[in-house]
Design a protein around this ligand. Structure first.
Ligand code: GDP
Ligand code: IMO
Ligand code: MG
Length: 425
């Protein structure tokens, strides 16, 4: 069984937790896009683990973890994370693999990320994580990027020098600090021996695994509404976190995918700039933020919070072909006497959008159309069986499923590993 897992909203849906849960029955977990902009949290007992680049399956010894070709990888972030993972007691030898086709995120990409963001006028800022993601993908698509395999070549130092010189032209034009090519060579050369053992042809590895009947889990980072094609462009990330990205980012054919699981929070959050139709700037939004611990796992920024948006859910179901949903954070809604579901966006002239418009200008001045339902006003965080949930919580979930399509596969009622209910999968 090969499963693609994707985020359905604006990220931070609880993908790390669900990946950790599904890794039990997988042999290989592969990241196929994004980079250290991701922050995936797994809570086991009293210990909280946050992963950025390394697949969340790493917390299960013996499972293979792959950084696929679609990822952009900052070698310093990676080395730091690998040391951390080993210090937590999880061995990596012979089970961690990095694609030689993956792109490198270098110091100058981070500088460019910061300088480009600073140069954007108010209202046009994206609120990036500052991890160099946009400039690294721009280099890839512009065909002047640096691939992981390049670090193994004798000409690596010269490549670094050339890249720094060309980045300096852009940095200068943005009024940012230029970088010293020799300093960069000195910074990166010593890191090569520690990375080398992990670098391999992961396309070959993936195919050997599939041919041997192994089960693969594709770990999406970011989410549908941050997708470079389907998200709220330009307030998006620079990759394809949607299900199609799993194939292009790992070298596996769509024919090998058996099912798609969408992770969706039972309310909505967003971190960074950009449209968010159901955002709450009142006490309810604050309550969601506090109860849900809605602070970025990568940047620590407070996340914007709002009601569940079924327009987004339906759109994500279609774009990804979601078979099963992993619905998360039901427990966060336990104290609300009324819960709301957005079913459309009403324009000033009365027209209601029931699918997410491509043109963000169309959203300006729109009001969300809400259905209200009674809350359940009791603790769901210790529920172990779906049938034991309060009737109103079941009705809320049932109505959402009716609106967005797909089946319920997993329900999460708390941050810990054990607070995960398996429903239909
Ligand atoms: P990801 O980026 O999709 O992996 O999600 P994050 O880890 O950035 O954010 C999800 C946050 O919610 C983390 O702090 C998780 O520990 C937490 N979490 C996940 N599922 C649940 C849940 O069902 N209930 C509660 N209360 N917290 C959860
Ligand atoms: P996970 O995998 C939430 C957001 C940033 C910014 C935009 C572009 O934990 O769900 P970037 O640094 O990628 O160029 O920033 O995307 N963003 C995320 N928001 N969760 C994430 O990852 C995100 N990764 C990027 O806040 O708005
Ligand atoms: Mg996150």
């Amino acid at each position: 069984m090969n499963t693609v897992l994707v985020g359905a909203q604006w990220g931070d849906e609880g993908k790390g937790k669900v990946i950790d849960f599904l890794t039990e029955e997988a042999d290989v977990v592969v990241r196929f896009q994004g980079g250290s902009n991701a922050g995936h949290t797994v809570v086991v007992g009293d210990k909280k683990y946050v992963l950025h680049l390394v697949p969340s399956g790493v917390l299960h010894n013996g499972k293979h973890c792959v950084i696929g070709n679609g990822v952009v990888m900052d070698p310093f972030d990676l080395m730091r994370e690998l040391e951390q993972v080993e210090s937590w007691g999880f061995g990596l030898k012979d089970r961690f693999h990095i694609s030689e086709r993956a792109q490198m995120v270098m110091q100058w990409h981070r500088e460019l990320d910061r300088a480009e963001e600073a140069a954007r006028p108010e209202g046009a800022k994206i609120g990036t994580t500052g991890r160099g993601i946009g400039p690294a993908y721009a280099a890839k698509v512009g065909r002047y990027g640096m691939r992981v395999g390049d670090i193994l070549k004798p000409g690596f130092a010269d490549l670094v020098r050339a890249q720094v010189e060309s980045a300096n032209i852009k940095l200068k034009s943005l009024g940012a600090h230029e970088m010293d090519p020799e300093e960069m060579v000195k910074l990166y050369m010593p890191m090569v021996p520690s990375l080398m053992p992990y670098v391999t042809d992961t396309v070959q590895f993936m195919h050997e695994s599939l041919e041997a009947g192994k089960s693969v889990l594709f770990e999406g980072a970011q989410a549908t509404m941050l997708d470079i094609d389907f998200g709220t462009y330009p307030f998006v990330t620079s990759s394809n976190p949607t299900a199609g990205g799993a194939c292009t980012g790992s070298g596996v054919s769509p024919r090998s995918i058996d099912r798609v699981i969408g992770v969706i929070k039972l309310y909505t959050t967003r971190v960074g700039e950009g449209p968010f139709p159901t955002e709450l700037k009142d006490a309810d939004g604050e309550q969601l933020r506090v109860r849900g611990g809605e602070f970025g796992a990568t940047t620590g920024r407070p996340r914007r919070c709002g009601w569940f948006d079924a327009v987004v859910g339906r759109y994500a179901q279609r774009v990804n072909g979601v078979d099963f949903w992993a619905m998360t954070k039901l427990d966060v809604l336990d104290t609300f006497p009324v819960v709301k579901i957005c079913t459309g966006y009403r324009r000033k002239d009365g027209f209601v959008y029931s699918t997410f418009p491509a043109d963000l200008d169309a959203l300006a001045g729109c009001e969300p159309v809400y259905e209200e339902m009674p809350g359940w006003m009791c603790d769901t965080s210790s529920t172990t069986k779906f049938d034991d949930l309060p009737a109103n919580a079941k009705k809320y979930i049932a109505r959402i499923l009716e609106l967005i399509g797909g089946k319920l596969g997993v329900l999460s009622v708390g941050p810990k590993r054990e607070t995960t209910l398996r429903i239909n999968i």
